[in-house]
Design a protein around this ligand. Structure first.
Ligand code: 13P
Length: 336
């Protein structure tokens, strides 16, 4: 066992330690503007720093949050007193992570499908992020369900890029979170979500194998198997939990350090409830936890935005509560 192998395994296991999950606050410039617009806050660098540092300074957050995923701007930011956000996180026992993809772009020749870019120069960027304190990274691929899509070409191109990214991360001593998100958008049923998620995960793990990625030092960020957001008769909690676990058992090798879910448009309590139902099903080959963005931040953001100064502590308490509820769900111990 090399030192690097052991270091990767240790970080990956810490990310999915019992009762802990990940806070995703890595919205790109465009996405954070959309979120701020929805609550009437201007997306300036100062406001983004105020909002994100407010969340990261929440007392006790490290009890339920193992790591937080940052955007390039955030990993370089400092508080007015000169404390970097990275050292704030280190003090709170929260591992710093970094989004390194350059976004999902239109895939040439494949209408309505996307392929994620960002491999050029990635080795050099990872070396810099490691210097800045990043212990793990994230790359998100987007798979869209629709008429005759996803295509095999889209699934394979994204799986290949995810594996190339993961290999470069491990070379740099950074744990890769691989995120092939099957979008919830559309009116598809649960079976379609199952089939597309299974095909996507199987293609991904073939590529990870072929490109020598070490699964013990990798975390999968998966979307749940769930009815489309516009579907009639959407599947209930038990069905979603069973289909998701069934799909993962079919496609994710047991050596994988852990699986964390994205929330992808589910509301806060729904995301907690689904995770809890899965963990109540009994022992799994891997820890099942969370890496939520919207489902952790939605209420916190609204409260902060209403009055950033006066509501600071209230917003922190709301975030802490959701983190605690999801921590319980990661243990299958949550109740409404
Ligand atoms: P959501 O939980 O809001 O889907 O965000 C998680 C994430 O990091 C998507 O890449």
């Amino acid at each position: 066992m090399t030192d690097r192998y052991e270091q990767l395994v240790e970080i990956a296991q810490a990310l999915v330690a019992p009762g802990k999950g990940i806070l995703a606050i890595d919205e790109s410039g465009g996405t954070i503007k959309k979120r701020f617009d929805s609550v009437g806050v201007e997306s300036t660098e100062a406001n983004r720093l105020d909002y994100r540092s407010m969340m990261l300074s929440t007392e006790g957050l490290g009890t339920h949050i193992s790591g937080a995923i940052l955007f390039d701007e955030t990993i370089r930011q400092q508080l007015p007193d000169g404390t970097s956000l990275v050292s704030l996180m280190e003090q709170a026992g929260i591992l710093p992570g970094i989004k390194v993809d350059k976004g999902a772009k239109a895939m040439a020749g494949f209408e309505d499908e996307k392929v994620t870019e960002g491999l050029d120069g990635l080795r050099e960027r990872l070396a810099e992020y490691a210097e800045l304190g990043a212990k793990f990274a994230k790359w998100r691929a987007v798979i869209t369900i629709g008429d005759e899509i996803p295509s095999r070409a889209c699934i394979d191109a994204n799986a290949h890029a995810l594996a190339r990214y993961a290999a470069l991360c491990q070379e740099a001593g950074i744990v890769p979170i691989v995120e092939p998100e099957v979008l919830m958008d559309g009116d598809h049923d649960l079976d379609t979500s199952f089939d597309v998620t299974e095909a996507t995960l199987k293609a991904l793990f073939v590529q990870l194998y072929e490109q020598n990625v070490m699964l013990e030092g990798l975390v999968l960020k998966a979307s749940m198997v769930i009815s489309g957001s516009e579907a009639q008769d959407r599947a209930g909690v038990e069905e979603v939990a069973e289909a998701t676990v069934d799909c993962l058992l079919n496609a994710v090798p047991a050596a994988t350090a852990g699986v964390v879910f994205l929330s992808g448009g589910q509301d806060d309590v729904e995301a907690t409830c689904h995770l809890d139902a899965m963990n109540k099903m009994g022992d799994m080959p891997w820890p099942l936890s969370f890496s939520y963005g919207r489902a952790l931040q939605a209420e916190c953001l609204k409260t902060w935005a209403a009055d950033p100064k006066a509501n600071r502590e209230k917003a922190q308490q709301i975030l802490l509560h959701r983190a605690r509820m999801n921590g319980l769900a990661a243990l299958g111990e949550w109740s409404e």
